[in-house]
Design a protein around this ligand. Structure first.
Ligand code: 5GP
Ligand code: MN
Length: 342
């Protein structure tokens, strides 16, 4: 990875005196959002800074085992205005694993009230916004956790990685690459993994914690979705699935239970693009998109669902009914197909 050393110096300069730091990540936080935020927080704390990590909403139950995850402040559960006061008094705000403040949703208003904090972006999504003072934006990086590893190692040396910090970074790396199966994998990433291994992290335990820690309801919901709800179009080359709140209730749904379902249709050889539509509290439908090869779901999400993400993994929202959302998707896929994009 080609890190700009002058920028690393600017980063170190910013943290040369004790600072009040807030680390923020995106709505519907995943393993990379949490792992990279908490790892960054632990290193900055060890350097004498006061650090709080804030997430816009809750994270999935099966990530609660992650070291230090009980220190995360969840804005949607904050009745006492803690997030507001912490953000207002911050000297530095770091946004990790998101490319624009709009991904903070309900936190967006609050962050806009603090106009004095330096804003740092550490991210691997496409098209970073111009809302930040120091920008580490590497869309070619397979996870934000890998990027955090590179920045911290370059700035402070790999001695700052404790076993807990390495565990957090490893979770980010595996969850954003399908356990090193897709995305931009290269030798640099595996050198970073080697650094993490040197701290004594327990890779089989981490794997089991991340991938084999679901409820029975989640397994049954998965079977139902694949068997009953998966549809294909474009002669079997594009798939989609949907879940209503009613269906989720039948399977004792807990937040996060449907994460990853969208990947499964891509295990069918013919399928090049997959979508998952899930009803959310608040009356909208969350849209998750995945693809293989050069089928660009980032552009698709931006164009048709006011969203974004990466080339092969993106998302957005729909404020129409489920029926209308699916009709819009089918029509959009046809338009995309006519342009030769899928
Ligand atoms: P997921 O399908 O796991 O929710 O999201 C896949 C990718 O798309 C993630 O990198 C996520 O940050 C991005 N993404 C999901 N929803 C949205 C959205 O509403 N807007 C934008 N810009 N990106 C999104
Ligand atoms: Mn990520």
């Amino acid at each position: 990875m080609n890190l700009d050393l002058a920028k690393i110096e600017t980063f170190k300069e910013l943290f040369s005196q004790p600072k009040r730091v807030v680390i923020l990540s995106h709505t519907n936080p995943d393993g990379d959002a949490i792992g990279s935020s908490l790892a960054l927080a632990e290193v900055l704390k060890s350097l004498g800074h006061t650090v709080n990590c804030i997430l816009p909403n809750r994270f999935p139950y099966y990530l609660k085992w992650m070291p230090k995850s009980d220190s995360l402040i969840i804005h949607s559960l904050d009745k006492l205005g803690i997030t507001q006061s912490v953000i207002e008094s911050a000297d530095v705000v770091i946004c990790a694993d998101m490319s624009s403040l709009s991904r903070l949703e309900a936190l967006y208003e609050i962050i806009s009230t603090n106009t004095t904090a330096k804003r740092v972006l550490i991210d691997h999504h496409l098209s970073p916004s111009d809302e930040f003072d120091i920008v580490f934006s590497f869309p070619e990086s397979s996870s934000t956790a890998y990027l955090v590893h590179e920045i911290l190692k370059t700035a402070y040396g790999k001695g700052v990685f404790t076993k807990d910090i390495a565990t957090l970074l490893y979770v980010g790396m595996i969850t954003d690459t399908g356990n090193f199966a897709f995305s931009t994998l290269n030798s640099d990433l595996f050198h970073a993994v080697a650094d993490l291994c040197e701290t004594g992290i327990d890779i089989p335990r981490i794997y089991n914690n991340v991938y084999n820690s679901f409820t029975e309801g989640r397994a049954r919901l998965f079977g139902y979705v694949i068997n009953r709800k998966m549809k294909t179009i474009l002669n079997g080359r594009v798939a989609y699935m949907s879940l209503t709140e009613n269906e989720m209730r039948k399977f004792w749904f807990q937040q996060g239970d449907s994460e990853g379902f969208v990947n499964y249709p891509l295990s069918i050889k013919k399928v090049k693009m997959s979508a998952m539509f899930s009803e959310q509290q608040g009356g909208f439908i969350r849209v998750s998109l995945r693809s293989h090869g050069n089928v660009d779901v980032n552009t698709f999400a931006r164009r048709y669902f006011n969203g974004g993400g990466h080339l092969n993994a993106a998302g957005g929202k729909s404020f129409m009914s489920m029926e209308q959302t699916i009709a819009h998707y089918v029509a959009s896929v046809e338009e995309y197909h006519k342009e030769g994009l899928v």
